[in-house]
Design a protein around this ligand. Structure first.
Ligand code: ATP
Ligand code: MG
Length: 424
């Protein structure tokens, strides 16, 4: 049996790569327009980074990480997300001494041991942004507006922005006490995950996906109704600024986000099209994270967008993505002399940015033309002994079949100077 790709991984084949290139380039473009620079971080880190940086009460750390010992006995984990690695890098490279804020974006693969289904894989791709050193509500709005603009440029409609504030450690401690009071009688009736969260991180019970638990929580107090004045002012200012630039939102008091490090603003962009895996993107503020990871106190906010889900959404909305350009010209040859001439010709054209495919199979002229047709080449030109002797070759428009004899001396100049559509 031939070996197959591991469960939950997927090849991105040449026939689909234009979609990936397109969304990647558009994302980098928009991030740069907001003054963000790209950062690349390692695929694996010390396990401890994620235990601290993602939080050891999260599903990711408890159930989903790819963790192994390396040959020297170190515990290593494949990154399940990007924020922890970026924050580690910020601290390690002393970025707090750079002019603040530090604005970073990334395009990464991430690894989680998940139940594989549509839009949920074990290796997947995220685009993300981290804005470090800015605590003002304007920073929250900038990060959210990157996404809004990105979706607008891609032509994606109807992604709903849901927002919440989960306060600061102080108001949350207060709220956790209140929630535990509410749950004290019913917790025995809830799932095991809720039971462990009850002691370790009660707020996350709100995130439970079990129908039975959800029913119990209908009348639970909402954190947003209990945040402190400062957190409340921050949230109001975020909403006001979003309104000023016309970004629609809905407040969803149930968003608590799966990661432990969030504070204040949390948000998601959700689709109704792609079914259960409808969260295309999630993000939030993490004012304690840099310090938790051993750095100086530094506010931060960011998001991560699931690229597979983005592409599913684009597909379901029927959004057309520009195809890879077809070759401008196919150069065929027959015989030794012509083969040499075709080497020179193709080399000159390629040096001048013309997409040129040439025969490297020594096939018959008929087979070469068939191949040029399959490639969708715009023009073709076949060199043989006669062409070399008369110093002339026939350029053929593969779309309408028109041809023109062109002197080999002027051919290169003509092709380089003019747009491909004007070669004949
Ligand atoms: P979910 O609730 O769907 O499990 P999450 O809260 O675990 O999502 P985050 O950790 O916030 O997701 O990651 C940000 C984004 O990455 C998600 O909104 C989603 O689009 C994408 N994502 C997360 N896990 C996967 C996965 N296993 N496969 C594909 N995309 C994923
Ligand atoms: Mg998840």
């Amino acid at each position: 049996m031939p070996i197959q790709a591991p469960k939950g991984t997927r090849d991105i084949l040449p026939e689909d790569i234009n979609q990936w290139n397109f969304v990647e380039e558009e994302f980098s473009d928009i991030c740069r327009r907001f003054g963000y620079n790209e950062i690349r971080i390692p695929v694996f880190e010390h396990t401890e980074l994620f235990q601290r940086g993602v939080g050891d009460t999260t599903d990711i750390v408890q159930k989903e990480m790819y963790t192994f010992e390396d040959k020297a006995g170190r515990s290593i984990t494949l990154r399940p997300e990007g924020t922890a690695g970026v924050v580690r890098s910020y601290i390690e490279h002393g970025m707090s001494s750079l002019p603040q804020p530090v604005k970073l974006f990334y395009q990464i693969t991430a690894y989680r041991y998940e139940n594989v289904q549509k839009g949920r894989y074990r290796e997947f791709h995220q685009f993300g942004v981290e804005l470090l050193g800015a605590s003002d509500p304007a920073a929250d709005v900038e990060v959210i507006s990157i996404l809004s603009l990105y979706f607008e440029k891609l032509g994606i409609k109807n992604l709903k922005l849901n927002l919440n504030s989960i306060g600061c450690p102080e108001c949350r401690a207060e709220y956790n006490r209140l929630l535990k009071g509410f749950l004290s009688d019913i917790i025995v009736d809830m799932c095991d995950t809720c039971k462990t969260r009850y002691d370790r991180n009660p707020m996350r019970i709100i995130d439970c996906k079990e129908e039975h638990c959800k029913k119990q929580l209908v009348n639970a107090p909402a954190l947003l109704d209990h945040i402190c004045d400062d957190c409340s002012k921050h949230f109001d200012s975020v909403l006001q600024k979003l309104e000023a630039i016309g970004i629609p939102y809905a407040i969803d008091k149930n968003i608590v986000r799966g990661l432990d490090y969030y504070t204040r603003t949390v948000f998601e962009f959700v689709s109704e099209n792609i079914g259960t895996q409808g969260t295309v993107c999630g993000g939030g503020r993490y004012d304690g994270l840099v310090e938790d990871c051993g750095g100086p106190p530094t506010p931060g906010i960011g998001f991560a967008l699931g690229v597979e889900r983005l592409l599913l959404e684009m597909e379901s909305q029927g959004i057309k993505i520009p195809k890879q350009p077809a070759p401008d010209i196919y150069i065929g040859s027959i015989g030794e002399k012509a083969a040499l001439a075709s080497e020179k010709l193709a080399w000159q054209l390629r040096r001048n940015n013309i997409i040129c495919i040439k025969d490297i199979m020594g096939r018959s002229v008929k087979a070469q033309m068939k191949y040029a047709d399959k490639l969708g080449a715009r023009y073709s030109l076949i060199l043989g002994d006669t062409e070399i002797e008369t110093n002339k070759a026939r350029l053929k428009d593969m779309v309408n079949g028109e041809t023109k004899d062109i002197s080999l001396d002027t051919l290169i100049g003509r092709l380089i100077k003019n747009k491909a559509s004007e070669w004949l």
